[in-house]
Design a protein around this ligand. Structure first.
Ligand SMILES: *[C@@H]1O[C@H](CO)[C@@H](O)[C@H](O)[C@H]1NC(C)=O
Ligand SMILES: *[C@@H]1O[C@H](CO)[C@@H](O)[C@H](O)[C@H]1NC(C)=O
Ligand SMILES: *[C@@H]1O[C@H](CO)[C@@H](O)[C@H](O)[C@H]1NC(C)=O
Ligand SMILES: *[C@@H]1O[C@H](CO)[C@@H](O)[C@H](O)[C@H]1NC(C)=O
Length: 702
């Protein structure tokens, strides 16, 4: 294998078209005539070997001083690469031993990639003379075997990035790599089996800025384990088994990732020190109480989603502590937030979704004045309010979906920057009718799955200044930035005239409100803006709205209704996708189809009692058009054959089927006409015959 390999390498590097200009390898070493000569020979040799063993073509490609020798089943480091290589990629090979022998050729290499080999032995000191080496990737190897031999890798004099992930390393083994790594900035120990970070784990790599310990089994971090790292700014401890952090004192840290541990609490040390922490990820833990942050912090991003928060207290209220002493855990947390001394005035992003929060006092927002994104979805909130004292006027996204909200109140002049509001799946019915009307920047309103009704023009409250005007309808007109409005599943009965007038909606979803009635001018004002309309599942018998006036309407969903016909379209239409599935349509008007066909790309038509033969042009159009009909398997035509009801897929309906029917009816007509003629003849005959008989009889008599 190895003998072949060198041969391959030479032929490859000079003869292979993919490896850059021929001669990349030898241009620095050999004369050009020699090179051309060699090249000719090798090309020929290559052609021969290529026909015999096509697999053994060029191992390494050299492009701009980067050598790619990955995925080649190599068992040794190739010795004949051009000098001056910057990057050497040996990933996905079968290397086992790294020895001095070959490495010394590559003192110019900056970036050395040994990812996914079988390395279990490294000759000590091997990297010492690689004075340009900055990035060393040893991930996915068997370095646990090496560390098991208690040998040290020797000095990593210039290495800045070291990747030791997925090597089966356990506690203490990192010492053999890190003891002399004075320039190391970035270390990954991702996916090992480390259970403990001890005090001197990083004492040989004091320049570290970023440590990735994701996916280990860390249970314990010794006091002062990171104290020797004055520049440490990012620490990823996600997916470990850490249960709590008390007296957090890494004031220099900017990012701390503790997601997917078993954290029950996070408490900073009580000090006046200024902490640099900006990102704290505590997602997917078992945190019961809101973390206690340093008094002076710069926290911007806090993810507390998927924990066990019941409120925003930082420590259990006294009564809860008493209960807890008895071994009982309170079911109802009195959230008087008495312990929020947290100053979170720089916090922009707060995710507390998937907890058990029952109540958030609006005064909590005194401490989070800069918030831009607040996610409280999937909690147990029954009420939510924002008052004028802490108006959250920087908030852009508020997610309150999947709670049990009955009461919602936003005081006047609050939430003035809000762009996206999610209220999906609550039980809102009676709220201040101007709740949404007063949000000047709201763009997306997700109101689906509630019990909201839309106010008609007459139901507008006269006294604007009235602060909490609760009505059983909400105003959805004149919301000047509103683009998307989702109102499906609200048990809504009626959409009044001009319901959205002055709100430049592009998306309007009114689906799944069975029995919904639409005023014929319900959508007036949306003519230029609307692009997407869903009226799915509303039990509509007729569509009393002229959709042809919406000049930009592209996507219309009318499925799951009881429509027997479509309104005529005679104007230009922009519709690209039309869903008519599961209605009671017997046919589509040919002229309407003709207009639609110009722009229509997708048409859903399945589960309708289509009578194709009565409209052959329609049949022909469906069968020949370029439109995509994704549910074509469900598009069937119905007719009666031998007094039996027959359904046949529209693609299988042939002219004969319809002609057969025609012929049959023609036959019936012929039969009827012939029988009529026969009757007339019989009558005439009988009239003619009677006198004759008479005469005969009389003659007989005579
Ligand atoms: C690697 O080194 C070990 C011991 O140093 C030796 O037994 C083994 O044969 C070597 N493997 C290769 C592929 O050179
Ligand atoms: C740190 O190392 C990891 C893994 O090698 C790499 O993905 C990341 O880009 C490095 N970060 C920096 C800042 O160099
Ligand atoms: C924390 O780590 C998880 C992976 O476990 C990652 O998905 C998440 O983005 C990280 N958080 C931050 C703030 O970097
Ligand atoms: C809020 O959190 C939930 C669950 O973590 C997520 O699905 C949703 O997308 C988040 N909302 C926003 C607006 O990002």
């Amino acid at each position: 294998m190895e003998g072949n390999f060198l041969n391959c390498l030479r032929t490859g590097c000079s003869g292979c078209e993919h490896s850059g200009p021929p001669g990349t390898v030898s241009s620095a070493q050999r004369s050009s005539t020699m090179e051309i000569f060699l090249w000719l020979i090798l090309t020929a040799a290559n052609a021969v070997t290529a026909t015999q063993h096509p697999v053994q073509l060029s191992p390494c490609q050299v492009v701009h001083m980067n050598a790619y020798c990955n995925d080649m089943n190599l068992r040794a480091i190739p010795g004949e690469l051009p000098s001056g290589i910057h990057m050497l990629d040996l990933s996905h090979n079968l290397l086992q031993n790294l020895t001095q022998e070959f490495m010394s050729f590559y003192s110019t290499v900056h970036h050395l990639n040994f990812h996914a080999n079988k390395i279990q032995f490294i000759q000590p000191g091997i990297f010492k003379d690689m004075t340009n080496l900055q990035v060393l990737d040893l991930s996915r190897n068997n370095l646990d075997i090496f560390a098991g031999s208690k040998t040290e890798v020797g000095p990593l004099t210039t290495v800045k990035n070291l990747d030791l992930s997925s090597n089966g390393l356990y506690t203490g083994m990192t010492d053999y790599f890190l003891r002399e790594a004075p320039t190391l900035l970035n270390l990954s120990l991702n996916g090992n089996s480390i259970t403990k970070i001890s005090k001197d784990t990083f004492s040989g790599s004091t320049a570290l800025r970023k440590i990735d310990l994701h996916n280990n089994v860390i249970l314990e971090i010794e006091d002062g384990a990171f104290d020797s790292l004055p520049d440490l700014s990012e620490l990823d401890l996600s997916m470990n088994s850490i249960t709590c952090i008390t007296d957090f004192n890494l004031s220099q840290l900017k990012l701390l990732n503790l997601s997917k541990n078993s954290m029950e609490s996070f408490q900073a040390m009580d000090s006046d020190l200024e902490y640099e922490l900006q990102y704290l990820d505590l997602r997917e833990n078992k945190v019961h109480y809101f973390p206690a942050f340093p008094r002076r912090n710069k926290l911007m991003y806090l993810d507390l989603s998927r924990n066990l928060l019941r409120g925003i207290n930082t420590i259990p209220p006294a009564e809860e502590l008493d209960l807890m002493k008895d071994g009982r855990f309170p079911t109802h947390a009195q959230s008087d937030h008495r312990n929020v001394q947290n100053d979170l005035s720089r916090l922009l992003y707060l995710d507390m979704s998937y907890n058990q929060i029952k109540n958030i006092p609006s005064s909590f927002f005194n401490y989070t004045r800069s918030l831009e994104m607040l996610n409280l979805s999937n909690n147990c909130l029954m009420a939510f309010s924002v008052n004028y004292v802490s108006p959250l006027n920087f908030l852009k996204v508020l997610d309150l979906s999947f709670n049990a909200l009955q009461n919602l109140s936003f005081a006047e002049n609050t939430l003035q920057s809000l762009e996206e509001l999610y209220l999906t799946a609550n039980v809102l019915s009676v709220i201040d009718s101007t709740t949404f009307y007063r949000l000047p920047n709201v763009r997306d309103l997700h109101l689906q799955h509630n019990f909201l009704k839309i106010c008609g023009a007459g139901q507008w409250p006269l006294q604007r200044s009235h602060r909490s005007y609760s009505t059983d309808c909400v105003i959805l007109s004149s919301i000047h930035r509103l683009k998307s409005l989702y109102l499906s599943e609200n048990s809504m009965e009626f959409v009044p005239q001009c319901a959205f007038h002055g709100s430049p909606l592009t998306i309007l979803d009114l689906s799944q409100n069975p029995g919904l009635m639409l005023h014929k001018n319900a959508f007036t004002g949306l003519e230029p803006s609307l692009t997407c309309l869903s009226l799915r599942g509303n039990d509509l018998h007729t569509l009393n709205i002229d959709l042809s006036v919406f000049s930009n309407l592209r996507n219309v969903d009318l499925s799951d209704n009881k429509l027997t016909s479509l309104p005529l379209w005679n104007k230009e239409s922009a519709i690209q996708s039309l869903n008519l599935q599961n209605n009671r349509l017997v046919t589509l008007e040919y002229n309407t189809l003709l207009v639609l066909e110009r722009t229509l790309k997708t048409l859903y038509l399945g589960s309708n009692p289509l009578s194709c033969c009565s409209n052959l042009r329609f049949l022909h159009m469906v069968q020949t058009s370029n439109m995509d009909i994704p549910d074509i398997a469900l598009v069937t035509c119905q007719y009666t054959q031998d007094s039996e009801h027959v359904e046949i897929n529209i693609t299988n309906v042939a002219q004969e089927h319809c002609e057969m029917i025609d012929r049959k009816s023609l036959g019936i007509i012929i039969i009827i006409i012939t029988s009529l003629v026969l009757i007339v003849i019989l009558v005439l005959l009988s009239k003619l015959c009677h006198p004759q008989r008479h005469r005969l009889r009389s003659s007989f008599k005579a």
